[in-house]
Design a protein around this ligand. Structure first.
Ligand code: NAD
Length: 423
C-alpha cells in the first residue's frame, strides 16, 4: 500500500513511516486541519535512492544502497542526520525525515525535515572503506544538498569524522563549504558542544521533569538503553545533575546496579572493553530486561521500535523519555497510556542535537565561533522553554505530551505551508 494514504496508517502492524503518519493524521484530525495540507505532508517532497559502488579493502566491489529523503521544506532548508545501519531502509529513513520536520518546527528552528541513510554495517567496515562509502554517497546526493537547501548531520553509525569526509567530498565539487554539514569536528568549523548536545538536551528534559514532579534528581532512578553518542552523554550529564543511573545497555548486553552505576568508572571500562557489558560493579542483564527495569525514568537511546505491543506491559518505569527516534510503536504507546505510564516524545527529548546543529550552521554562515558556555546556555534556554510549552499545551488541551508536541509543531508547519502558498 502506498505511503501517504490514510488507509496505510489505519492498518495494523504499521511500517515506521506508517506509524509516524498515523500520529500526524490523528493530530490533523484533532486540529481540524486543512485536508490539502494533510495530503501534502503525507508524502515526502523528494526521495533519492542511490546505488553506491565501493571498492572494499579486499579489492572486491560492493554495491550499497543509499537514500536522502526530504520531507517538507516550508519552514526552511531541509535538515536531518545520515544513518549508517544494516536496517536503514527507505521506509525507516522516510519516517525519520517526517519526524525531523516536526522536531525542527517544535523547536522553532528555521528548517524543514530530511533524513539520509545507507544500508551497511559500519562496525564491520574499516575506516578507509567508510571514507570511500561516505564520499560516494555525498557525490550521489550532492546535487540536492546546499547550505540553503539541505544540511546533513550525524545519526546512528555516523559521527564527526563522517561529516568531515562529507564536507570534503562536497567541497571538492562545489568549493569550500563548511555550512554544508553540521556535527563536524571543531577543527573544521564544528560547534563546541555539538557532540554532547543531544544527550545534554535529554538530561535537561530529565531535570525539568524532576522539577515538574517536585522531586530531587538524587531520589530518582533512570535506566538508559544505548551507550553510543546519545546514551552515554545522557548518562554522564544526568549523573552530574545527581540522578541515579541504575541500568545501562548496548548492543552487546546490559548492566544493573540498584545503588547507582559510577559513570566515570563505566567510561574507563567502556574504553577498554568497547561495551558496557561485563562492567564489574553491576549485575549483567539483557536488553529486554533493561526495558523492564524498575525505575522512575526509562530512557530508550538506541534503536527505534523497542517498546512494542509485546513488551509495553512489562515496562516498570513511571515515565518513558524518548531519547531515540521513534522508540515506542503506536501499539506500545497505547498500552503505556492505559497503564498510566507517561511518555515524553522524541521530537522534544532528543531535539538538543538539531538545536546545536542550528547553532553550528549559524556560526558557519557568520564565520563567528561561539564559546561553549554560550552554546550550552542557549541550548538550555530553548530546551527548558519548549519543555514547558509542551506541558502547558498538554494541560490546556487535556492531551498527552506526545500529542501536545506534535500539535504545536504541526500548526507551525501548516501555517508556513499556507503562507508560502503551497496550497
Ligand atoms: P550511536 O550509533 O552512537 O549509538 C547507538 C547505541 O545503540 C550503541 O550503544 C549501540 O550499541 C546501541 N545499540 C545498537 N543496537 C542495539 C540493540 N539491538 N539493542 C540495544 N542497543 C543497541 O547512535 P546515537 O547517535 O547515540 O543515536 C541513538 C538514537 O538517538 C537513534 O535513535 C538516533 O536516531 C537518535 N538521535 C541521535 C541524535 C544524535 O545527535 N546523535 C540526535 C537525535 C536523535
Amino acid at each position: 500500500m502506498p505511503v501517504g494514504t490514510m488507509e496505510a496508517s489505519q492498518s495494523a502492524g504499521l511500517s515506521p513511516s506508517g506509524a509516524v503518519l498515523k500520529t500526524m493524521h490523528d493530530a490533523a484530525a484533532r486540529l481540524q486541519m486543512n485536508q490539502e495540507v494533510v495530503e501534502l505532508l503525507s508524502t515526502p517532497w523528494r526521495e533519492m535512492h542511490a546505488q553506491l559502488p565501493v571498492r572494499m579493502d579486499d579489492r572486491k566491489l560492493r554495491i550499497f544502497e543509499g537514500y536522502r529523503v526530504q520531507h517538507n521544506g516550508a519552514r526552511g532548508p531541509y535538515k536531518g542526520g545520515v544513518r549508517f545501519h544494516p536496517k536503514a531502509d527507505i521506509d525507516e529513513v522516510r519516517a525519520l525525515a517526517m519526524l525531523m520536520t516536526y522536531k525542527c518546527a517544535l523547536l522553532d528552528l528555521p528548517f524543514g525535515g530530511a533524513k539520509g541513510g545507507v544500508m551497511c554495517d559500519p562496525t564491520r567496515m574499516s575506516q578507509t572503506e567508510l571514507n570511500r562509502l561516505t564520499r560516494t554517497y555525498t557525490q550521489h546526493i550532492g546535487q540536492v544538498l546546499g547550505v540553503a537547501r539541505d544540511i546533513p548531520a550525524p545519526d546512528m553509525g555516523t559521527n564527526a569524522q563522517t561529516m568531515a569526509w562529507m564536507m570534503d567530498a562536497y567541497g571538492q565539487r562545489y568549493g569550500y563549504t563548511p555550512g554544508i554539514v553540521t556535527g563536524k569536528p571543531v577543527e573544521l568549523g564544528g560547534s563546541f558542544g555539538r557532540n554532547q548536545a543531544t544527550g545534554r538536551g535529554v538530561a535537561t528534559c530529565l531535570r525539568e521533569l524532576a522539577r515538574h514532579e517536585g522531586a530531587k534528581p538524587q531520589d530518582l532512578r533512570i535506566a538508559v538503553q544505548g551507550y553510543g553518542n546519545v546514551g552515554s552523554w545522557t548518562c554522564r550529564i544526568a549523573h552530574e545533575i545527581g540522578f541515579r543511573v541504575v541500568a545501562v545497555s548496548d548492543v552487546k548486553g546490559g548492566i544493573m546496579n540498584a545503588e547507582g552505576i559510577d559513570i566515570a568508572q563505566l567510561d574507563h571500562w567502556f574504553a577498554v572493553a568497547g561495551s558496557v557489558a561485563g562492567f564489574e560493579d553491576a549485575t549483567p542483564i539483557t536488553n529486554e530486561q533493561l526495558l523492564e527495569t524498575e525505575c522512575d525514568y526509562l530512557v530508550p537511546a538506541a534503536l527505534g521500535e523497542v517498546i512494542t505491543g509485546e513488551n509495553a506491559g512489562q515496562v516498570r518505569a513511571r515515565y518513558v523519555v524518548e531519547a531515540a527516534n521513534h522508540p515506542v510503536t503506536p501499539e506500545g504507546d497505547a498500552i503505556l497510556a492505559e497503564r498510566g505510564i507517561q511518555v515524553l516524545p522524541d521530537i522534544l527529548v532528543n531535539a538538543g542535537g538539531v538545536t546545536v546543529s542550528y547553532f553550528e550552521w549559524t556560526q558557519n554562515i557568520q564565520q563567528f565561533r561561539w564559546p561553549l558556555e554560550r552554546v550550552n546556555s542557549e541550548l538550555d534556554i530553548r530546551m527548558v522553554g519548549v519543555f514547558s510549552d509542551v506541558l502547558a499545551r498538554a494541560g490546556r488541551d487535556g492531551t498527552r505530551p506526545r500529542e501536545a508536541a506534535l500539535d504545536i509543531a504541526l500548526e507551525r508547519v501548516a501555517k508556513a505551508i499556507e503562507l508560502r502558498g503551497f496550497v
